[in-house]
Design a protein around this ligand. Structure first.
Ligand code: NAD
Length: 357
């Protein structure tokens, strides 16, 4: 039965395709800025240079110090460049780290942003910003940070190494999975989430087989876009909370942590959200959601055990305490004992059984 729901749509302008970067100058002009700063990580300086060249007189330069977790010190350095260069707009070329820096600048200046994503993380579609200062990460939701325009160009994703494509894609799938059982779930976002999981589950194995497969890259980027919309539109639950704890307190890498934890969080939540999990399983073409996600990660050659990505067994108890500390909406109550089993299975990379951790 169609339940009552609230749909709170986010404004977004999306240019999607292969070769769409060529449209960037007209998209910047459409928004109005005349002195744009191009943002990137040190590793993506070359791509950013191409973008700056394409923008010609609209670009006043490149700031190439974007880094994971959006440290406030980096934002302040970028803001000095914004002030000195009378910058009136930013173009973020990269993954979640670079787009996070663009958002941090917009939060403080309200400058318009054009995002040019090159990973599957989906930050460009969310009004969420996480920032770190003195080792502490704070996250907030405000539409002020949502990029005005996003240009998805499949061509820019061809250089994303297969291993990063795999974990970045699994990270995206995690957003769609939790959207299907979110407290604020609604039929529109659920349609997007299901289509996104199916697109990524088809595309990622093909990308592992051939990183230059443009048709698979196209489908993966489309799926990642929809996953980003899901993340930006409804609240996340146990899986994201666990990854936040593991990343923040034990310094585990963002996307690989999502990849390892997802099948186990799904196994945990399956008894509390059977319909959502049936949709996940059907999108994956698998018998059950948890096993299907684990098998997909394996097929991609991605990590499936926390022990393989830097977690120490001795820290598991502290992780349980932290994850169970503050209550948050979740389809199954979060309790220490089953959570301990979940983390034990994730630590050793045990294939989860349908129906609970
Ligand atoms: P990333 O942006 O840190 O990129 C990972 C590495 O890959 C970087 O060195 C980058 O330069 C390189 N890279 C990116 N695209 C490439 C390409 N096409 N070719 C070659 N190299 C490329 O990683 P990410 O996973 O995209 O983002 C992770 C960060 O984003 C985390 O800090 C996470 O918290 C944040 N995030 C935020 C949101 C949000 O809504 N606020 C959503 C998702 C992720």
């Amino acid at each position: 039965m169609l339940e009552n729901f609230v749909f709170d749509g986010l404004p977004m302008r999306v240019i999607f395709g292969d070769g769409t970067l060529a449209r960037l100058p007209e998209e910047v002009e459409r928004l109005g800025p005349k002195r744009v700063l191009v943002l990137c990580t040190p590793e993506q300086r070359e791509q950013a240079s191409q973008v700056a060249a394409l923008l010609g007189g609209l670009s006043v330069g490149i700031f190439d110090q974007a880094t994971m977790h959006t440290p406030v010190s980096v934002t302040e350095a970028a803001l000095a460049v914004v002030r000195d260069g009378k910058v009136d707009g930013v173009v973020s070329v990269g993954g979640g780290s670079t787009i996070g820096l663009g958002k941090a600048i917009a939060l403080r200046t309200d400058l318009p942003q054009v995002a040019v994503p090159t990973t599957y993380a989906g930050s460009e579609m969310t009004p969420i910003i996480g920032e770190t200062k003195d080792g502490e990460k704070t996250t907030q939701r405000t539409r002020r940070v949502l990029p005005e325009t996003t240009v998805y160009d499949v061509a820019l994703t061809l250089t994303l190494p297969p291993a990063i494509s795999a974990t970045s894609g699994m990270n995206a799938i995690a957003h769609a999975v939790e959207a299907l059982y979110a407290e604020e779930r609604n039929p529109i976002i659920s349609l997007m989430a299901e289509a996104a999981i199916a697109a990524l589950a088809r595309a990622l194995p093909a990308i592992i087989d051939d990183a230059q497969d443009r048709s698979a890259r196209r489908e993966a980027l489309y799926g990642a876009w929809l996953c980003g919309v899901a993340l930006g539109s409804v609240g996340m639950a146990l899986h994201h909370k666990l990854c936040h704890v593991l990343g923040g307190s034990f310094d585990l890498p963002h996307a690989p942590t999502h990849t390892v934890v997802l099948p186990h969080a799904v196994a945990y939540n399956t008894p509390g959200a059977p319909e959502a999990m049936a949709r996940v399983a059907s999108a994956l073409g698998a018998k059950d959601a948890a096993g299907g996600l684990y098998d997909l990660a394996k097929r991609l050659g991605a990590p499936v055990a926390l022990s393989a990505i830097g977690m120490k067994e001795a820290d598991l108890d502290r992780a349980v305490t932290l994850a169970a500390a503050k209550p948050y909406p979740n389809p199954r109550p979060v309790a220490a004992d089953p959570l301990r089993r979940l983390l034990h299975n994730a630590y050793f990379g045990i294939r989860p059984e349908a129906g609970g951790a």
